[in-house]
Design a binder for this molecule. Structure first.
Ligand code: ZN
Length: 441
């Protein structure tokens, strides 16, 4: 399928609901940075895209880090001495501090204090806590539950294991006409949390699904990795080939109803930064473009100075800026099909820019060519956005000197890329433009 058909595809499908359905399937799984939860998630994605699961052994050195022990969990609860479960992992996997070491025993109520986490200001929400790099255990519960723990003793069980195993991640590789790559990265390490992790997974999966059907200039690599340690591991294992990455984006928090935020790469004005900013400026009324900072998601690793890859971060409301963040309220109701659909569309439009940009040479550079004679004015006269299309023809002719890309022209003309691109195609058809050698940015 040609890329130009994408708009038709998107207009006729309701991908947003399908994305939400995929999230519903993945929601109950207890993921972490290692373990069966990640594997099960990746296996489910294999039903949608040609995803390969890679396993890296615990203890493997990855730059300054070491791949940790594999964590798995069967069950966890706090029960009264009469056997009544008052905090139950089976009801919500957020109830256990992720990566908790195994525990079993009877505890005095007072001795539990340091192991219980709640949110007094949100008494019905369960917080999400982890203890990846320090051996510890604990429970997360609503503040209401905490206030009812009034008995002198409780039975505590965390039936987990921390053993040598593997860190698992998934990779979808779609080869294109060139070896040069576009990297799409999302994290897969959060348990039942929707906007934070599942939305990125769903959008990346559907992006891969669409890109599979399209004639591609670039090769596309989608990585589904546990946050931080996953991208560090991936970079350590692929260091040699990172020079092939031309454009990249980390997807996170792309399902809430807030406005889109795009965080630029460390380079600040990389092509991907310009392409996404351009699409946002022309398609999305309210949005934010923010500068790089060495905090956030896996862009921190991709943009570390030893790599400095052109990788930005695409999200909606920034992490930490919505109260539901890292709580049980980041659930299936918090994410909207429309928001997921819009996120997918923006990314596809940015990919359209990346795929179709080129430098051209005006074959008739001495004064303007006669457009009417070639049917270019007449062809557009009756159309609604005729004036904009006419201007686009003039801009493309004027700036096609082999130096400017179509995105340069679109920016300078303050005109959507697709209008500039359509003008270039029409001019090429009339032999008024030719692609300049080595013209692909
Ligand atoms: Zn998170």
């Amino acid at each position: 399928m040609e890329f130009s058909k994408i708009n038709e595809v998107l207009a006729t499908t309701r991908e947003g609901q399908l994305l939400h359905d995929l999230m519903s399937m993945l929601y109950p799984i207890c993921r972490s940075i290692t373990g069966e939860g990640v594997r099960e998630t990746l296996r489910q994605l294999q039903q949608h895209v040609p995803l390969e699961i890679r396993e890296v052994a615990s203890g493997t050195k990855v730059f300054d880090w070491t791949v940790p022990l594999e964590w798995n969990i069967q069950d966890a609860y706090i029960a009264t001495t009469r056997g009544e479960r008052v905090v139950d992992f089976r009801k919500n996997n957020l109830h256990v501090v992720n990566y908790s070491v195994p525990v079993r025993g009877t505890f005095k109520r007072a001795d539990l204090d340091g192991h219980l986490h709640s949110l007094p200001e949100r008494p019905d929400w369960i917080p999400y806590r982890t203890s990846y790099y320090k051996e510890n255990w604990g429970f997360c519960l609503t503040h209401r539950q905490l206030s009812e723990l009034n008995e002198p003793e409780y039975e505590v069980c965390i039936d987990s294991s921390l053993q040598p195993g593997h860190l698992s991640y998934g990779e979808v590789f779609l080869p294109g006409a060139t070896e040069e790559e576009v990297l799409i990265s999302c994290h897969v390490c959060h348990p039942s949390l929707c906007n934070d992790n599942l939305s990125g997974i769903a959008v990346a999966t559907y992006l891969a699904k669409v890109m599979q059907k399209i004639v591609r200039r670039f090769s596309y690599r989608f990585v589904f990795i546990p946050g931080t340690i996953g991208s560090i591991t991936w970079l350590a294992q692929n260091q040699e080939r990172t020079n092939l990455i031309r454009h990249g984006v980390v997807l996170t928090g792309v399902g809430d109803s807030g406005n889109v935020t795009y965080k630029r790469s460390r380079q600040g004005n990389a092509y991907v930064d310009r392409a996404i900013t351009h699409i946002l400026n022309h398609r999305v009324r309210a949005h934010r473009v923010v500068d790089f900072s060495p905090y956030g998601y896996d862009e921190r690793q991709y943009c570390s100075p030893g790599f400095n890859l052109p990788v930005g971060c695409f999200m909606r409301t920034s992490h930490g800026e919505y109260p539901e963040y890292h709580t049980s309220a980041d659930n299936l109701e918090f994410v909207a099909a429309e928001a997921l659909q819009e996120s997918l569309e923006i990314l596809l439009h940015a990919i359209h820019v990346i795929e179709n940009d080129a430098r051209f040479l005006n074959t008739n550079p001495c004064c303007e060519p006669q457009l009417g004679r070639r049917g270019l004015y007449r062809a557009i006269a009756g159309q609604k956005e005729g004036a904009q299309k006419e201007m686009a023809l003039l801009w493309v002719l004027n700036l096609s000197d082999g130096q400017h890309t179509l995105l340069d022209i679109a920016e300078r003309a303050n005109t959507p890329f697709e209008v500039i691109h359509a003008a270039a195609c029409a001019l090429k058809e009339c032999n008024l433009l030719e692609e300049s050698r080595g013209g692909r940015p």
